[in-house]
Ligand binder design. Structure first.
Ligand SMILES: NC(=O)c1ccc[n+]([C@@H]2O[C@H](COP(=O)([O-])OP(=O)(O)OC[C@H]3O[C@@H](n4cnc5c(N)ncnc54)[C@H](O)[C@@H]3O)[C@@H](O)[C@H]2O)c1
Length: 309
């Protein structure tokens, strides 16, 4: 029997691109659930029709009927409004919380054993909302943001040093917002920290550009927000879980004292495998890095306090 991944909000930009990535890699059958019923069916059929060309045996269906999602291994949640120019991710909190409230019971009913990958923004607060609403264990609710933020940082480092992106490994922790914490000390080119390769002002410029990486795309696109890199990032997490890779990726996880943070979803290095989060890697931080992580966590806590989740 094929594995199954459901993408809620899969008729939208991020969701459709995630669905396509999963189907084209042949990782699993894909079910697209979206309130835009016709569009969901159309997007699914269009993606299905790429499979003979790519040589993938994935089956792809779409609609509003959650029965199709039954028994999914993974549920990716991209249902949520994207921001417009001038908006912060936090401005979406109330509208997207309502969407989480409407889909959580369906996840619990139809996909009780699934691993959930929230993507909708504000990411940390929506992850916390789905954790509280589904009551799934923390190992099975893993937010996507850090993979994207790290990919953005890696791109900027590769551009700066004119090296292959494959030589670059970046580390970004914290909430998925302006307070995110890119860690230059742990960001390397062929194992060498960028702090040894670039002057402090260039490192600082990369850190700043990373933290506003989403807003940069929003201001260029004018309508909607980024979706190619976000969907590739989500597909990487799906791949790590379905293939039980034991892969360490920066993920938004519920912390129970790790890094001195209690009862909150924040981005940290996590090892992903078939059961979801296998381990949170509590790397050593300097006092300044730790303070930045706590400041970022405080910003997330403000939002979840508004939602009372
Ligand atoms: N975590 C990240 O790093 C990251 C990156 C990019 C985008 N995002 C977020 O992902 C979300 C989606 O972005 P997008 O560009 O795809 O937006 P979009 O508007 O293109 O797609 C959203 C989809 O969700 C659907 N939807 C709304 N309510 C629903 C419900 N109750 N059930 C099922 N489907 C529902 C809509 O019909 C639409 O098709 C946004 O919140 C955006 O901010 C997060």
């Amino acid at each position: 029997m094929n594995r199954k991944v459901t993408v809620v909000g899969g008729a939208g930009n991020v969701g459709a691109t995630v669905a396509r990535a999963i189907a084209e890699k042949g990782l699993a059958d894909v079910v697209i659930i979206d309130i835009a019923e016709q569009k969901a069916a159309g997007v699914a059929l269009d993606i299905y029709e790429t499979c003979p060309i790519i040589g993938s045996d994935a089956r792809v269906v779409g609609g509003t009927d959650w029965n199709a999602a039954a028994g999914s291994d993974i549920v990716v949640v991209t249902s949520g409004k994207p921001r417009k120019p001038g908006m912060s991710r936090d401005d979406l909190v109330r509208d997207n919380f309502e969407i989480m409230k409407s889909i959580a019971p369906n996840i619990v009913q139809h996909c009780p054993d699934s691993i959930v990958v929230p993507v909708a923004n504000p990411l940390d607060a929506m992850s916390q909302a789905l954790y509280r609403l589904t009551r799934f264990p923390r190992e099975r609710i893993i937010g996507m943001a850090g993979v994207l933020d790290s990919a953005r940082m890696s791109t900027f480092i590769a551009m700066e040093l004119n090296v292959s992106v494959q030589n670059v490994h970046s580390f970004v922790l914290g909430g998925h917002g302006d307070t995110m914490v890119p860690l230059p000390r742990y960001s390397t080119v062929s194992g060498i920290p960028i702090t040894e390769l670039l002057p402090p002002d260039r490192v600082e410029a990369i850190v700043k550009r990373t933290a506003s990486g989403g807003a940069e795309i929003v201001s260029l696109l004018k309508t909607g927000s980024a979706y190619y890199a976000p969907s590739s990032s989500t597909a990487e997490m799906v791949d790590a879980v379905l293939k039980d890779k034991h892969k360490i990726l920066p993920c938004c996880c519920y912390l129970e004292g790790e890094f001195g943070i209690q009862g909150l979803y924040v981005g940290v290095p996590a090892q992903l495998g078939a059961k979801g989060i296998e381990k949170i890697w509590e790397i050593k931080l300097t006092d300044t890095e730790r303070a930045a992580l706590h400041k970022s966590a405080d910003a997330v806590r403000e939002l979840v306090t508004i939602l009372k989740v």
